[in-house]
Design a protein around this ligand. Structure first.
Ligand code: FAD
Length: 459
């Protein structure tokens, strides 16, 4: 029987990226995937949501064209067309992964993997069991939607992100339980497509983990668009009659509200897929598999990456972890620097952050300076007609070291990559101020905010 250098369970951005890197490094690699290559990110997450968000953006731009002399008559939208387009995007990307794995000679097994012991992994495919032998194992089984216990939920036909991207028709109305990143992105999508949208969020603000000001600006924008946002509201029970879902909701202050809609999306978080490993005696950190700084579990030749270990639960973090584990299997002692992970929200007024937030700095008692530059002063933002937003940079008050950044506005999910570069190269605001940025461009806001921060504001 062949002994693999590494067997990876799960073909999402954590697992397949590790497989590609492992094979490039000359390791004999097996990848086991029970569903589709690309995992949640490609099939039910990042890529379908961003494809839908582009449709929403096109429709909003057509509407905004009126202010610039463009009048488009008889705009029609087809749910079927949007889903078909999304499927073609997913197909292209899946084929790309498949072909890369083939070229690099990764052995791909389509089936359910489970770890029998630290040297053996079993794959079940079409009721047939195969046992594979290995020196190392990477658990990259990801996560699935978390469904909380709620009175009446079992009798209601609700969606999760596993099903929402394959809707056949556009709902006239949709209630989204959960005002986190996924909730607000999909609220923006459905509103722009024409549905009446309500978000129900228990905490006192949407995207509660992000910068408070950014959260307020997004709330205002979504509210102005016409999305009904109920913060500090708890769903107490739900029911369904003739396809209409009715949620009884209670405000923290005691006030009761009833929300009815054609569709219901539960978006309250994700829970790890760990059934493949449950029986092994792995250590856990709450619901998530516990790993050390080198992403090793308490069994030394078994590593875990991505959503299954918790933390950021982002695709680029899962991939970075997958690459790091391969380095560690090869004998290096590599750690991830989680302090420079970019975090993005792709609503049509985007939010992107990196490094420490103002709340982090305050709670740690760190002495910091915050400098803010409004997008209104940026020429390119004016030409785009997208002048709402800002960039904030949090710096060390003495030396100008960059602790973190938060950006709100058009394409900031692209711009934050520049923030990543400054921070990972340990740049200061003095260096950021010296960078010559193209004009007119949104990138100029880095130069502007950095100059402001050192007392030499330009515009
Ligand atoms: P997954 O991508 O979940 O992959 C795990 C794979 O393992 C799955 O394919 C599963 O079928 C397989 N598997 C599980 N158990 C077994 C088993 N026993 N045997 C074989 N195979 C198994 N992140 C971002 O960075 N940017 C975004 O814009 C973004 N948008 C998102 C939007 C939505 C709607 C959602 C739901 C998520 C989004 N995410 C985004 C999060 C991102 O999708 C995840 O962080 C990422 O997919 C995690 O990667 P992973 O490899 O850990 O796991």
């Amino acid at each position: 029987m062949t002994t693999f250098d590494v067997i990876i369970i799960g073909g999402g951005p954590g697992g397949y990226v590790a497989a590609l890197r492992g094979a490039s490094e000359g390791l004999k690699v097996a990848l086991i995937e029970a569903g589709q290559l690309g995992g949640t990110c490609l099939n039910q997450g990042c890529i379908p949501s961003k494809t839908f968000l582009k449709n929403a953006e096109i429709l909003e731009e057509i509407e905004q064209g009126k202010q610039r002399g463009i009048i488009v008559k008889d705009v029609e939208f087809s749910m079927e067309g949007m889903v078909a387009y999304k499927n073609s995007v997913l197909n292209n990307l899946r084929m790309g992964i498949q072909s890369l794995l083939k070229t690099r000679k990764v052995e791909v097994f389509n089936g359910l993997g489970s770890i029998k012991n630290p040297q053996e992994v079993e794959v079940i495919s079409n009721n047939e069991k195969t046992t594979l032998s290995t020196k190392n194992i990477i658990i990259a089984t990801g996560s699935r939607p978390f469904i909380p216990k709620m009175e009446g939920l079992e009798k209601v036909k609700y969606h999760t992100t596993d099903t929402i991207f394959d809707l056949k028709t556009l709902p006239s109305s949709i209630t989204i339980v959960g005002g986190g990143v996924i909730g607000v992105e999909l609220a923006d999508v459905f509103h722009s497509l024409g549905s009446k949208v309500t978000i129900i969020e228990y905490s006192n603000r949407i995207i509660a983990m992000e910068d408070e000001e950014a959260s307020k600006v997004l709330h205002k924008k979504l509210h102005e668009k016409g999305i009904n946002i109920l913060t500090e509201h708890l769903v107490t029970s739900m029911s369904e009659e003739n396809g209409l879902k009715t949620l009884k909701v209670e405000k923290k202050s005691g006030e009761k509200v009833v929300v009815s809609s054609e569709e219901l999306l539960m978006a309250v978080g994700r829970t790890p897929n760990d059934s493949a490993t449950k029986q092994l005696g792995l250590a856990y950190n709450g619901a998530f598999i516990k790993v050390n700084d080198y992403l090793q579990t308490n069994i030394s030749n078994i590593y875990a990456v991505g959503d299954v270990i918790g933390g950021y639960q982002l695709a680029h973090v899962a991939s970075a972890e997958g690459l790091t584990v391969i380095e560690n299997i090869l004998g290096k002692q590599k750690k991830i620097d989680y302090s420079i992970v970019p975090r993005c929200i792709y609503t049509n007024l985007q939010i992107a952050s990196i490094g420490q937030s103002e709340n982090d700095l305050k709670s740690k008692g760190i002495d910091y300076t915050v400098t803010k530059y409004n997008l209104f002063g940026n020429g390119k933002a004016q030409t785009l007609g997208k002048k709402d937003g800002f960039v904030k940079v949090f710096t060390d008050s003495k030396y100008g070291e960059i602790y973190g950044m938060c950006m709100v506005g058009p394409y900031v999910t692209e711009l934050i990559g520049q923030g990543s570069a400054y921070m990972s190269l340990e740049g200061t605001v003095y260096e950021m101020a010296e960078m010559i940025q193209p004009h007119p461009s949104l990138s100029e806001i880095f130069m502007e905010v950095a100059n402001l921060s050192i007392g030499k504001g330009v515009h």
